[in-house]
Structures are given as structure tokens and as C-alpha cells.
Design a protein around this ligand. Structure first.
Ligand SMILES: NC(=O)c1ccc[n+]([C@@H]2O[C@H](COP(=O)([O-])OP(=O)(O)OC[C@H]3O[C@@H](n4cnc5c(N)ncnc54)[C@H](OP(=O)(O)O)[C@@H]3O)[C@@H](O)[C@H]2O)c1
Length: 241
């Protein structure tokens, strides 16, 4: 029996990945701030799901994670789906700082807690949803793209540290393009918009195949490969939204 913990299971991609892993027979520990959607998931398989309300921006979140893992009886897969993201052309300070607090501080807090647990318990698999937004600095979403680049680099660093310390921890950095989840609002009009369920399926496949980095979908793989080649003098003149 495989045991997975999903942080950010209350909506969007985390919610969908939870459903898929339940279908695959996993025992699940699921967490987010809102408890009600988590209880609804638990109702699908009460004997295989434990829930916790947890806010990744709080210092006590790792304790909540460890008590969840205890109740679950261990953790083979840690799947991190929590995150916030907003366009911020006004450069509103609250939006910028809340994004850093959640996507950088919260991410570091929780991925670190999972890493330390796995280092002491024989290893495991850490998967996290970052984004294609980490590829370049996006003028419409400065802190979002910066924190996603931070997540990419952090996972790469931990992967190397695990190898240096001979720890059996595997990493998967999942980088979707735009996905029609609540994060994008009610009527998203973004280019190459992806379907939540399809993206979640591709994420589960990437985890099962132990991909190190996986961009979703193939069109975004091409787009980001091209973006990377755009020189800085040209990038700053582009109107990317
Ligand atoms: N949608 C896209 O276009 C897209 C594209 C690329 C990457 N991503 C990334 O995918 C991840 C999932 O986003 P989504 O699109 O599925 O959005 P979503 O539907 O808004 O889900 C975000 C999840 O994060 C949780 N969360 C937010 N703040 C939290 C906090 N302080 N503590 C604990 N949990 C928190 C939310 O739960 P509670 O509110 O209940 O706490 C929710 O479960 C994010 O990292 C996002 O950046 C999304």
C-alpha cells in the first residue's frame, strides 16, 4: 500500500491529483487551509484518507504535516500543490509579498519538512507543482514568476544535496502552462489553456515515471524552449500576458 501526502488538495490541480491517486489505491493524507473540501474528498474513501487543516505560511505547519504523516503511518510520496498567483500590473505590495510568503517561504518550509522526514525514514519521492512561469521574469506577474524560478532552483539544489548525502529521495518538478483552475479566476482567457483533469493525469504519469522535470503539455515544452532563447534586450520589449 502506497502512502501519499498532498498539500493543497482542496482545489484545482491538487484536488484532481488526489482523486487520481485514490483511484490508484493510495492511502492519502490531504491538507490545505479549507477543511470542508478536504472532508468531501475523505467521504469518497473514509478508511483511506486523513485530513489536516494547515497554512503553509505559518511556523506550525511542519508540526501539522508530521502529525498527518503519523496518522497515515508513514509517507512514500509528498506531493506539493499549494500556491497562489495573481497578475499584478499595479505592483500592489500586498499581492507581491503574499505571493513570496506562500510560494517561496511556505514552499521552503514544507518541502524542507518533507525532505528532513524522508532523510530520517529511508527516503521517498517529493513532487511539486511549480510552473512554466519560472522560465522568464513575467512583467504581468513579477513575484509569481520569481517565486516559481526559485522553486525550480530549490528543487534542483535539493536533488543534488540528496545525491551528495546518498539519500534515496527522488524529485519531480512539475511545470504546467496555464490551467483552468480557480487560480486563474472564473472566465480565464489565457493562451493554450489546459484542462485540469488532463494536466493532473500527466502529472501522475510523470511521477510514476520518476521524471526529474516535466513541462505540461507538449506545446508548452516547445514554447518554453523558445522563450529561453529570447535575449534580454528583446524580452523587455515584449508584451507578455
Ligand atoms: N492554474 C494555472 O494556470 C497554473 C499554472 C502553472 C502552475 N500552477 C501552480 O499549480 C499549483 C496549484 O494551483 P491551482 O492552479 O490548482 O490553484 P488553486 O485551485 O487555487 O489551488 C491552490 C491550492 O493551494 C492551496 N493554498 C493556497 N494558499 C495556501 C496556504 N497558505 N496554505 C496551504 N495551502 C494553500 C489552496 O488551498 P486553501 O485555499 O484551502 O488553503 C488550494 O488547495 C500552484 O502552485 C500554482 O502556482 C498553476
Amino acid at each position: 500500500m502506497k502512502r501519499a501526502v498532498i498539500i493543497g488538495a482542496s482545489s484545482g490541480l491538487g484536488h484532481e491529483v488526489t482523486r487520481l491517486l485514490l483511484d490508484r489505491g493510495y492511502t492519502m493524507g490531504i491538507a490545505a487551509r479549507r477543511i470542508e473540501p478536504l472532508e468531501q474528498i475523505k467521504a469518497m474513501a473514509p478508511e483511506r484518507v486523513v485530513v489536516r487543516s494547515l497554512d503553509v505560511t505559518r511556523d506550525d505547519a511542519p508540526q501539522a504535516l508530521y502529525s498527518l504523516i503519523d496518522e497515515l503511518g508513514g509517507m512514500d510520496l509528498f506531493f506539493y500543490a499549494s500556491g497562489v498567483g495573481k497578475q499584478n500590473m499595479e505592483l500592489n505590495a500586498d499581492i507581491e509579498l503574499n505571493t513570496v510568503n506562500t510560494n517561496a517561504m511556505g514552499f521552503t518550509r514544507m518541502i524542507g519538512a518533507a525532505f528532513r522526514y524522508m532523510a530520517q525514514h529511508g527516503g521517498g519521492h517529493i513532487a511539486a507543482i511549480s510552473s512554466i512561469a519560472g522560465t522568464k521574469g513575467l512583467g504581468a506577474a513579477p513575484s509569481y514568476s520569481a517565486t516559481k524560478a526559485m522553486q525550480n532552483t530549490y528543487l534542483q539544489a535539493l536533488e543534488q544535496q540528496a545525491a551528495m548525502r546518498r539519500l534515496a529521495i527522488t524529485f519531480t518538478d512539475l511545470r504546467p502552462g496555464f490551467v483552468a483552475t480557480p487560480l486563474l479566476g472564473d472566465h480565464p482567457t489565457y493562451p493554450m489553456l489546459l484542462n485540469t483533469e488532463r494536466v493532473a493525469r500527466e502529472m501522475v504519469r510523470a511521477v510514476e515515471h520518476r521524471r526529474h522535470v516535466w513541462v505540461i503539455d507538449w506545446r508548452w515544452r516547445i514554447a518554453t524552449a523558445l522563450w529561453r532563447r529570447i535575449p534580454r534586450w528583446l524580452w523587455r520589449r515584449l508584451n507578455v500576458k
